[in-house]
Design a protein around this ligand. Structure first.
Ligand SMILES: [Zn+2]
Length: 434
């Protein structure tokens, strides 16, 4: 994003914060009343945003002014939602289907006999019913614009969308610009709109922080031999700034919809992240391999216009609630489970052959299975999960062992699985398979 775009984003953000959101009369009016007589429904995914780095969730830097405006306008905001997985593909598949990863099966599958190596990602099965298809059945036109290329036809996550734009390298404001072009040229004003936007400025490679951002200190240019991942302060700076750009893009996207009449018949908005990010906790970076809190605790924001917005029910809601909130404005009470299965050679920092993690939450108690053992941690007493205690299977209850078994089954390759030859070749070249 260039300087002019940032200035534009700032102006949009300021206009938004000044009351554009709350106003029933948009600042700009298009020439038709869009959306027939149904509300516009929007899922806005801020990829890789952990809840505790949002100012709306108590973080000291002003990373999420738009979310705060939404809350002041009546939105229900949760900062403690549980992502069903720690990476993009299974988590989006869960939001799109209302199913946990072991049920939709869209994650890495093992290759080889020992469940020790991940290769292809199993795409979403065609017989899965997606939320986009549900909205199509209701007469909606369905649109997906994603800066994350994994949310695309490559993974089947485009299933049910009439109009899709997914590509790597798109900034959050690029996504808004594509939305603006769709709104001006491609949408049918006679049909209501279901829209999914994915922005990932908080996902590496990070945007450059321009000079003059008051809350990011001037640290000088990074040394060539000092990659950002080895400098946690710099990493946090660029990560936080990426969150701010995502939040600004949310304001801009709403401004585009509002200015073209796409909220005149009402707006149902859900803002989430699909998973979090490690910023050095447990000596880790990135996100794919565990169920530790920094990678699975995400925001879940729900807003209805006209209001009032019903509250999201339950502590530690599953991110799957996004599915029922979008469909019906209700909290479903999905199971508080998370599972991840990344595989050897794909950020498996421990270098083991057993990379599956499965977790369940009971109030502040969190049970985890990993390395063939169950452990428990009280997140109130030990929020950083430094001292988990080994527990027996009987102490864990019935849900987690059953889900673990299901996850192990769904991680096995089946004859129907499509093996991505290019990926297999790459794995061979890297020495992961012979
Ligand atoms: Zn993601």
């Amino acid at each position: 994003m260039g300087y002019r775009e940032i200035v534009f984003a700032g102006i949009i953000g300021a206009a938004f914060a000044a009351g554009v959101l709350a106003s029933r009369e948009p600042a700009l009016r298009w020439y038709y009343q869009a959306g027939a007589d149904q509300p516009t429904v929007v899922l806005f995914v801020m990829d890789t945003v952990r809840a505790d780095h949002l100012s709306e969730c108590g973080y000291e830097r002003p990373t999420s002014p738009t979310l705060s405006v939404l809350r002041e306008s009546g939105a229900s905001v949760r900062c403690d939602a549980i992502a069903p997985s720690s990476w993009t593909v299974p988590s989006h598949a869960s939001m799109f289907t209302g199913l946990h990863p072991a049920d939709h099966g869209t994650h890495f599958v093992s290759v080889g006999e020992d469940v020790d190596l991940s290769g292809p990602v199993r795409p979403l099965p065609q017989d899965a019913v997606t939320i986009a298809e549900r909205f199509q059945d209701r007469g909606y036109q369905t649109v997906l614009v994603s800066s994350n290329r994994l949310v695309s036809s490559a993974t089947g996550l485009d299933q049910g969308f009439d109009l899709t734009w997914s590509g790597g390298g798109l900034s959050a404001m690029d996504v808004v610009e594509i939305l603006r072009r769709f709104v001006r040229g491609s949408l049918d004003p006679e049909r209501p709109l279901f829209l999914v936007l994915n922005v990932m400025d908080a996902h590496g490679p990070y945007p450059t922080v321009p000079p003059g951002v008051g809350w990011v200190p001037e640290r000088g240019p990074a040394k060539a031999d000092e990659p950002v991942l080895n400098d946690i302060e710099r990493l946090v700076d660029v990560y936080d700034y990426g969150i701010f750009l995502d939040d600004t893009a949310l304001a801009a996207a709403l401004y585009v919809l509002r200015g073209h009449g796409w909220t005149d018949q009402g707006l149902r908005l859900v803002v989430v992240s699909d998973h979090g990010e490690f910023l050095g906790e447990h000596g880790l970076y990135s996100h794919t391999t565990t169920t530790y809190e920094p990678v699975v605790t995400v925001p879940l924001v729900y807003y209805e216009e006209p209001g009032p917005t019903p509250p999201i029910l339950g502590d530690r809601p599953s991110l799957l609630e996004a599915h029922s909130l979008l469909l019906d404005g209700t909290s479903e009470g999905y199971r508080r489970l998370s599972a991840t299965f990344a595989g050897r050679g794909l950020n498996d920092v421990e270098g083991t052959t057993d990379s599956m993690w499965v977790a369940e939450w009971h109030d502040s108690q969190k049970y985890v299975w990993h390395h063939g053992e169950y452990s428990a941690v009280d997140l109130q007493a030990d929020p950083e999960e430094m001292s988990p205690v080994g527990v027996s299977v009987t102490e864990v209850g019935e849900v987690l062992p059953a889900y673990l078994h299901q996850m192990q089954e769904s991680g096995q390759a089946s004859p129907e699985d499509h093996v991505d030859e290019a990926l297999i070749k790459q794995l061979k070249e890297m020495g992961y398979i012979e």
